[in-house]
Write a protein that binds this ligand. Structure first.
Ligand SMILES: *Cc1c(COP(=O)(O)O)cnc(C)c1O
Length: 401
């Protein structure tokens, strides 16, 4: 990868007190929250908004119809599937809940979630379980914090209707063994819904290889797309047969006074109205990633995060909080705490030095954080455009706090 081009393509890196001074530039370590988009993404969005203001949204969208049609194709290419398996959405949670609320659940049914499940997913499972008389049960983790496959195998029976798997959590670098877990769950007849929000754009995500039933992801994190974008992947057989819980005149066609027909593919999970500019921006972000070469990007993220993890781990008083340990691979999120200073204070004091990190709180991943007695951790998530000099500047700043 051409690092100089990558950085030149990322205008947000230049924002700082003195853009020509490497010691004052913007060290951006929040691609797990909302990344810096490549310039082409921002320009695509703005150009379309301008065009809407000139000719109205309908004509503006018609002028870009081929590009809009191509967005699902670009995402499909990234995931190793067909465009008909992709429904575009406005967030990962929208995509996740669109699928989840469409899975029939009755009294006595069981839903399994992981210890690192995301709050929005967990809340939805609790709401539906309450209404349906079903139960939500947590799959245990092993001693290193990875999803415990043997425990999952013991929990599975014919009453388990859905298994919710998280590939990478919001609060750390653990990478769950989701392919193996999906194989077990599917063999027992359960549907598998994979939250790949922190995986898409960060590590390889081949849905055919993973063999899951559905995948949700967002645009604004590692994919570097605009906010308010996301997508749902559905196994093609499901995309052609599953009835979404809510329909409109895009997901279905009104064919007679008593009849309607569902869209033939995953588009049945989309609504007609959407932010066209944001969707074009998402397409530009995914094409940018495909052009760079996803494998090279994944390798660059893995390299930067292991460098960072090692450097932070060597600092006195700093504890790296990532689960997974020696047993599993670790991804691009590095979570840590420092003795005697609250995560929020670390974030704020680093911001004064033009270094962006975020704080991940217990309320986002309640089961895991409660179990580990953590109220919050600092989250540093370097994308491929971050330089090693910037990582070292960040580590020195943490040491100096
Ligand atoms: C951010 C995140 C989500 C939610 O994504 P939205 O686009 O905000 O809905 C879901 N799961 C994980 C693991 C996340 O990190």
């Amino acid at each position: 990868m051409d690092d100089a081009r990558l950085r030149a393509d990322t205008p947000g890196l230049g924002s700082g007190p003195d853009p020509t001074d490497p010691a004052s530039g913007h060290v951006f370590l929040d691609s797990a929250g909302s990344s810096l988009p490549p310039g082409v993404v921002t320009e695509t969005v703005i150009a379309h908004l301008r065009r809407e203001a000139e000719v109205g949204g309908y004509r503006a969208a018609n002028e870009r119809i081929d590009e809009l049609d191509g967005v699902r194709g670009s995402i499909a290419e990234l995931l190793g599937t067909v465009p008909g398996a992709i429904a575009l959405s406005d967030s990962a949670t929208r995509a996740w809940t669109d699928f989840f609320y469409s899975v029939p659940l009755g009294p006595g049914d069981r839903v399994l979630i992981c210890g690192i499940d995301y709050a929005a997913n967990a809340i939805a499972t609790l709401q539906r379980a309450r209404a349906a008389g079903a139960s939500v049960e947590r799959i245990p983790s092993d001693e290193s914090g990875l999803l415990d496959l043997a425990a999952l195998a013991r929990m599975l029976d014919e009453r388990v209707k859905l298994v919710s798997l998280v590939y990478v959590p919001t609060n750390g670098g653990v990478v769950n063994p989701v392919a193996e877990a999906a194989r077990l769950a599917r063999a027992s007849g359960a549907l598998v819904l994979l939250d790949a929000c922190q995986a898409a754009g960060q590590l390889p995500l081949d849905v055919t290889e993973l063999d899951v039933d559905a995948v949700s992801a967002t645009g604004r994190k590692w994919l570097r797309g605009p906010r308010g974008t996301g997508f749902l992947y559905l196994r093609p057989e499901l995309a052609a047969t599953m009835e979404p819980q809510r329909l409109d005149l895009h997901s279905a066609t009104w064919t007679g006074p008593e009849s309607y027909e569902l869209a033939p593919d995953a588009r049945r999970f989309e609504f007609w109205e959407h932010d066209v500019a944001a969707r074009l921006g998402l397409g530009a972000a995914v094409r940018y990633l495909l052009d760079l070469g996803p494998e090279a990007v994944y390798a660059a993220v893995a390299d930067r995060s292991s460098h960072l993890r090692a450097a932070l781990g060597a600092l006195a008083g700093v504890t790296v909080r990532d689960l997974g340990g020696a047993a599993g691979a670790r991804g691009g999120i590095v979570s840590f705490t420092k003795d005697g200073i609250a995560p929020e204070a670390i974030r704020d004091r680093l911001a004064e030095r033009n270094i962006t990190v975020t704080v991940s709180r217990a309320s986002s991943t309640l089961l895991d954080m409660t179990e580990r007695g953590l109220a919050a951790v600092v989250r540093a998530s370097p994308h491929c455009f971050v330089s090693y000099a910037e990582l070292d500047r960040f580590v020195a700043a943490v040491a100096a706090l």
